[in-house]
Design a protein around this ligand. Structure first.
Ligand SMILES: Nc1ncnc2c1ncn2[C@@H]1O[C@H](COP(=O)(O)OP(=O)(O)OP(=O)(O)O)[C@@H](O)[C@H]1O
Length: 231
């Protein structure tokens, strides 16, 4: 069974005259360890698809299985447990808590874990070191560059130990060089076994991924293995 299995997923927003069919009968399998780009024009349904995969939104019809679990049969508590354990999001604008230090932001996913403060500190500092931002740990997000803020967001994802990383335009707010740095980090995490799914408009960003899915008008129009992976 694949890690992520979507079967005939449709998503309709609104009603009657205001109805938008954002996803139409999408079927898709994603295995553990995949590195997938989702491309497609604006409004084609990319974020809707990612939000369903991330259990942040429900499909209107169809079945979604995450690690063999039928998501539609889960209650809110079960859903939040599986989401917190399995999935980490990275966003274009980083989504760091602006009044928290970088250290506190990265520690957030550990809030509900029953581990000692000392062990938490070790984990957080290791994640910050891995992303080369340990010296920034006392600062607030707005004291960091965009690239450093995205590194902090990735450190937070690492700290959660989620096996699936979902990234919605993770380099969209960064210059090209910093965007490449971020992609090299994501590639390294994929090589370490994380399953990574990235929404991007940018073919250069998609070129880092091993598989490229293109959607248009809520439907998959191509699903290819990338023969020219960016090294
Ligand atoms: N909450 C919502 N209510 C109503 N319609 C929505 C909602 N969210 C998305 N849509 C519509 O669903 C369609 C797909 O939107 P979605 O955000 O998934 O596209 P996208 O490919 O991610 O676009 P972009 O690249 O511009 O971010 C669009 O027509 C959009 O207007």
């Amino acid at each position: 069974m694949p890690l992520i299995k979507l079967q005939n997923i449709s998503k309709v927003y609104g009603k009657n005259d205001y109805k938008t069919e954002a996803l139409k009968n999408i079927s898709l399998n994603i295995d553990k360890g995949e590195y997938l780009a989702i491309m497609g024009p604006s409004g084609s349904g990319k974020s809707t698809l990612l939000n369903i995969i991330g259990c942040m939104d429900n499909q209107t019809s169809g079945k979604y299985y995450l690690k063999d679990n039928d998501i539609s049969l889960m209650n809110n508590k079960e859903l939040s447990i599986i989401r917190n354990q399995s999935i980490s999001f990275i966003f274009q604008h980083f989504a760091l808590m602006k009044d928290y230090t970088i250290y506190d932001n990265v520690e957030l996913p550990l809030s509900f874990r029953k581990i000692t403060k000392r062990k938490k500190k070790g984990l957080v500092m290791n994640c910050l070191k891995e992303l080369h931002i340990e010296e920034q740990y006392k600062k607030k997000p707005n004291q960091l560059s965009g690239g450093q803020q995205q590194r902090a967001a990735i450190a937070r994802a690492l700290c959660s130990d989620a096996k699936i990383i979902l990234a919605d335009e993770p380099t969209g707010a960064l210059d090209q060089k910093t965007g490449k740095d971020i992609m090299n980090i994501l590639t390294k995490l994929n090589n370490q076994g994380k399953t990574i799914i990235i929404i991007t408009h940018d073919p250069l960003i998609a070129s880092y991924c091993k598989r490229i899915l293109t959607i248009k008008d809520g439907q998959i129009i191509s699903d290819i293995i990338n023969e020219h992976i960016h090294q």
